[in-house]
Unconditional design. Sequence first.
Length: 261
Amino acid sequence: MTEKPPSKSRKKAAPQKDAPEKGAVADAAAAQPNAVPRRGWRRGVFWFKRVTQAVLGFFAVLILLYSFVPVPTNLYILSESIRLGGVEKDWVSFDDIAPDMARAAVAAEDANFCLHWGFDMAAIREAINEGSNRGASTITQQMVKNVFLWHDRNWVRKAAEALLTPVIELVWSKRRILEVYLNVAEFDEGVFGVEAAAKHHFGVSARDLSPTQAARLAAVLPDPKGRSASEPSSFVRRRTKQIISGADTILADGRAACFQE
């Protein structure tokens, strides 16, 4: 018998991986340039949200804190203190401010203070018709600008003021709004608050201001650097008489009821 020659062992060919299709490669290559911009956009949105939340939280804390704690300073007072080498400033409670002073300030700056929620729409419409913003800013808006914001006239500040004003009206009482306003308003160059102003101009405390003295202090607003309460011009004298009359009017018709007991 003839033996069969041993059969050669056949090696199994290793399976070859399917080569990626040309279309898939092209799609992957096309997607690569967009990956980085997309990640950058998402990161930008993330940090924008975080910064916005931090800013809103900061203002929320200040609003709640200043609803009962005296306001220590603000950006404008700090800048004036640096420029002048110091300022006159002395905080007093609402009970230590003469009622005539509170009524005079409201009569001079915002006669409908007790009737609106932060924006005097009638005054705004009148200002638009006249083509100016004179008389349209309420005491609440001025207080928000003085305490929480800055004095530059731009849309960013105006927008922030518009957002914060109704929040302040919601959280604070009218009495508190007026108290803070009278304590941070400027009544002469470097003289902030009604207590410092009363001593500076008349040598008395805020609780001892007479109706005429209170009206003169209110008459220098909103131009304390161009007008003087202790050395009144003819304009300030005329304005003082108007304010005294206006203060009597809001007392008689009830528009002072929201801040006076």
